[in-house]
Write a protein of this length. Sequence first.
Length: 148
Amino acid sequence: MSYCRFCLCSAGLLALAALAGCGPGNPLGREAVSGRVTLDGKPLEFGNISFDPVVPTGGVRSGALITDGEYSIDAHKGLPPGEYKVRIFAGEANPPDMQAPDGGELPAPAAELPGVSLIPPEYNVQSDIVREVTADGDNRFDFEIETQ
C-alpha cells in the first residue's frame, strides 16, 4: 500500500511541476518579421533596421542586423501585432577619402571616427515609414532605398 501511495504522490508532484512550467509561450503574441533592403537597386551589404511602436505606451521595440540585403527577427524577439515606425541605418565608418589633418593615416579606429551615412534621413532620423505587423500575415517588409 505504501508503494502505491508513493507512486501516486510522485505522479502528482510531476504533474504539478509540469503545470508550473507551462504557461503561454508567447504572451504578447509576437510575430516573426523579415524582409529585404536594397540601396540603389543592390542588396544593402550591412546595416540595421529598427521597428518602434507608433503608440509608444506599452509597445515592444525590436530590430535586426541587415546582412547582404536580408534581415530577420525570430518570433521570440519579434513584434506583437500593431503599427511600427521603421528606421534603417547603414554607413561607412571610415570613408575612403578621409585622411588625418596632416594627410597621413587616421590615428583612431574606424569606430571612433565620424561616419558617413549611406541611407537618406527620410529612412531613419526623419522616417515617416510605418508598417503594420499582423497576426495572420507573413510580415515580410521589403524596402527599396534610392539615393539618386
